[in-house]
Write a protein that binds this ligand. Structure first.
Ligand SMILES: Nc1ncnc2c1ncn2[C@@H]1O[C@H](COP(=O)(O)OP(=O)(O)OP(=O)(O)O)[C@@H](O)[C@H]1O
Length: 246
């Protein structure tokens, strides 16, 4: 369980202080998929960084499984918008990166990486470099690299935003398939209400800056795109957001 308690984040620069998050209280239950939407600048990325231990909150605290987050943890994986792949490493080497840093046994490493390449249909590209891949393939490598570490918490910041509509829908389905095989806790930030409603079992809505939690919607129709429930929830989220974004 992830517990975010009274978290506020203020960025202090030379000339200004920007309050990015204000008094965030949020609990993420294990093995659930959460999506987060909010207007630009509402602090979504800031919250992801804070949960990942990459940014210390100005006030409040984050704890995972009862342990206060004081820095990056091996149980938490983060996937950022730009994929973060090393262009000079092959697909296979990119996926293995975290395991090498973790000094994983070479035989075990080969098995884990082979399994991930298989699962994500990346075997034919194992020896390709990121520059030779499509956006969807690069995204799959980034997900593969995170999954290789078997995280219990996967944080994703607009992971599919650079993909075309077709690849984006494919990746959404693949993510749900992977989660069904290994139901970790996922928090995914998106600008797409439709994506938030398709993927999120719970949808978190942030207010305009400074970000506060405006609502958390339980979404029974997650995983079903063309259903009445799906469209109803899309409309509900849209209405709630338009109330705050004026
Ligand atoms: N390093 C920083 N220094 C100063 N201010 C920052 C910094 N990073 C973010 N901010 C400010 O904090 C606020 C929240 O930014 P953040 O990137 O978390 O929002 P976001 O909801 O992810 O935005 P978007 O949807 O546009 O990606 C914004 O006002 C932003 O300008």
């Amino acid at each position: 369980m992830v517990k975010i308690e009274n978290v506020s984040v203020v960025y202090s620069t030379k000339n200004a202080r920007v309050k990015a998050l204000e008094n965030i209280n949020l609990t993420l239950e294990d093995h659930k998929i959460y999506t987060m939407v909010g207007p630009s600048g509402s602090g979504k990325t800031t919250l992801i960084y804070t949960i990942a231990g990459l940014l210390k909150p100005t006030e409040g605290s984050v704890s995972i499984k009862g342990k206060k987050v004081e820095g990056p943890s091996r149980d938490t994986a983060v996937i950022l918008q730009d994929f973060g792949l090393f262009p000079w490493k092959t697909v296979e080497q990119n996926i293995a990166l975290g395991l090498i840093i973790r000094k994983e046994n070479p035989d075990k490493l080969r098995v884990i990486v082979g399994d991930i390449l298989d699962k994500l249909s990346l075997k034919p590209f194992a020896h390709h470099y990121p520059g030779q891949l499509s956006g969807g393939q690069k995204q799959r490598v980034a997900i593969g690299r995170a999954l290789a570490l078997s995280p219990s918490l996967l944080l994703m910041d607009e992971p599919f935003s650079s993909l075309d509509a077709f690849n984006r829908e494919n990746m959404q389905h693949e993510l749900l398939d992977l989660w069904r095989q290994n139901p970790m806790t996922i928090l995914l930030v998106t600008h797409s209400i439709e994506e938030a409603v398709f993927l999120g079992q719970k949808i978190i809505i942030l207010s305009p800056s400074p970000g506060k939690i405006m609502d958390i919607i339980s979404n029974e129709g997650w995983g079903l795109r063309q259903s009445v429930r799906h469209y109803k929830t899309v409309n509900l989220v849209r209405n709630k957001m338009s109330r705050y974004v004026k």
